[in-house]
Write a protein that binds this ligand. Structure first.
Ligand code: FE2
Ligand code: FE2
Length: 475
């Protein structure tokens, strides 16, 4: 088992103490990170004791240790999956060559951009979620929020390590800038659109962790195939943490749906107005939230046809989802992939060179994954005998990036005129009134074992502990 050294100021499994220059650079960055956490991390939380999991080893299974921690004292650190001896680059033009341990000169700028773009999302989501503690539906949920937040903080550490260890002065400057940009800031926003949206309520938080953290999963999976070995190993370990974030989202939405269904059954109604009068979130509003978060998240995958994506792949920097399990030449010579194109106002499928359509392919893989969650939520609805089904919106719906940015379609993919869109937008996306209603339900519940009225309790607690365990102690 590869243990992580906690004896050092920065816990790590990369022998930091043997690289004094790097150690000094990171020790210089660390207090700035803590300042950022205090300024932009979860509000009013610095003194809470939170029952958190901390990584203590990088082996699968058995890496997690649970205990009460004050978040500013969380053992953020640098953990890479163990190296695979003799690992080769397994796709693109450099396929078959030894994986790079140092940044290849010709790809330096590209790799730095990939790492900075990924790194920027990590502190962004902490900033987006910082006010949610004030309206938590339970201690259990509050603890899960904080767990997600500290792990996003650690993901930032992971990317900053790569910048400091492999990109010299440019890397150090980029690492500083990661602490300076602010989610939603007009003058100095975070890099990607979805990470500048507000996360004003807990339904949005669960949608974010279900959809947007899942984008994270797919990006990390593609980067964990990278020929740049330190990046691949870093991302593989981050994926173990990402799984928990998606769990929080999927279960949070499932519990919200369950509570709504219970109330609908109890009062024998499917009228959204009446459902709201009983203090739960009506199913059509949940669908509109889902439409919104799905559409801003699929934009994160980038343009459907992209020469950047082709460059990343051909260079061996970013692979496909589960590259190693795909049975083809891993170079995409002459291969094609279907994309949608707008012809006379209609969406038609055409074949594009597969190497240019890698964003689209990753987006499609992501959509398949979200459909599984959708099916599990629909099972909850059906089990209550309610005639309603959640649907994944069409991937052209409400897009701002790529071909679809030029067309308006309804969630089923039917093209709409601007006038039709304007008349019907309220059916598709959360209105100000929907958001105000959801916001009105957000009261703070912090008595152990108690839950807000709009959400069902989970079926079990954390790590075998009871649901009513005191997951957060306030000081
Ligand atoms: Fe992350
Ligand atoms: Fe995450």
């Amino acid at each position: 088992m590869t243990a992580i050294s906690y004896a050092e100021r920065i816990p790590n499994n990369v022998n930091l103490s043997e690289d004094r220059r790097l150690q000094r650079a990171l020790e210089h960055w660390q207090p700035r990170f803590i300042d950022w956490w205090k300024e932009m991390g979860p509000v009013e939380s610095l003194a809470h004791d939170v029952y958190l999991r901390t990584a203590v080893s990088v082996e699968p299974g058995g890496w997690a240790h649970f205990d009460y921690v004050r978040m500013p004292e969380y053992r953020w650190g640098i953990f890479l999956e163990p190296a695979e001896p003799g690992r080769l680059i397994h796709f693109g033009a450099n396929k078959g060559q030894p994986a790079w341990q140092e940044v290849p000169g010709e790809y330096r700028g590209t790799l730095r951009r990939i790492i900075v773009t990924q790194g920027d999302t990590e502190p962004a989501s902490v900033e987006q979620q910082r006010h949610l503690g004030r309206t938590c539906p339970s201690l259990y949920d509050l603890r899960n929020l904080f767990q997600v937040n500290v792990e996003e903080g650690r993901h930032l550490w992971a990317m900053v390590y790569l910048l400091h260890a492999h990109f010299g002065r440019d890397g150090r400057e980029e690492a500083e800038a990661l602490l300076v940009r602010r989610s939603g800031d007009r003058d100095n926003p975070r890099i990607l659109g979805a990470f500048n949206e507000a996360t004003p309520d807990w339904l949005s938080f669960y949608m974010f962790t279900f959809f947007t953290d899942r984008d994270g999963k797919f990006q990390l999976c593609a980067l964990s195939e990278s020929g740049f070995d330190p990046l691949a190993r870093t991302c593989r370990f981050m994926l173990t943490e990402e799984a928990h974030h998606m769990f929080v989202g999927e279960n949070g939405i499932r519990r919200t749906i369950q509570r709504t269904c219970e109330v609908m059954r109890e009062h024998r109604t499917d009228d959204p107005e009446e459902v709201r009068r009983h203090g739960v979130i009506d199913l059509p509003t949940i669908q509109r939230y889902l439409n919104f978060h799905f559409s801003v998240t699929v934009d994160l995958f980038g343009a459907d046809v992209s020469s950047n994506a082709a460059t990343f792949y051909t260079a061996g920097l970013k692979g496909r989802y589960q590259e190693g399990r795909i049975g083809d030449d891993h170079a995409l010579l002459g291969a094609e992939y279907p994309v949608l194109e707008l012809v006379d106002g209609k969406l038609v499928t055409r074949m594009a060179p597969a190497v240019n359509a890698l964003n689209e392919r990753l987006r499609d893989d992501f959509i398949k994954d979200t459909d599984l969650g959708m099916a599990r939520w629909n099972k909850v609805v059906r089990s209550h005998g309610i005639d309603f089904a959640f649907r994944t919106p069409h991937k052209a719906f409400n897009r701002k990036i790529g071909t679809f940015a030029q067309v308006k379609v309804d969630p089923s993919g039917r093209p709409l005129s601007d006038a039709e869109w304007a008349a019907r937008e309220r059916e598709f996306l959360p209105s100000d009134e929907d958001r105000a209603y959801v916001q009105s339900l957000m009261g703070r519940v912090v008595e152990p074992g108690k839950f807000a009225g709009w959400i069902a309790p989970p079926s079990k607690g954390i790590e075998g502990l009871p649901v009513e365990f005191e997951y957060v102690r306030f000081n």
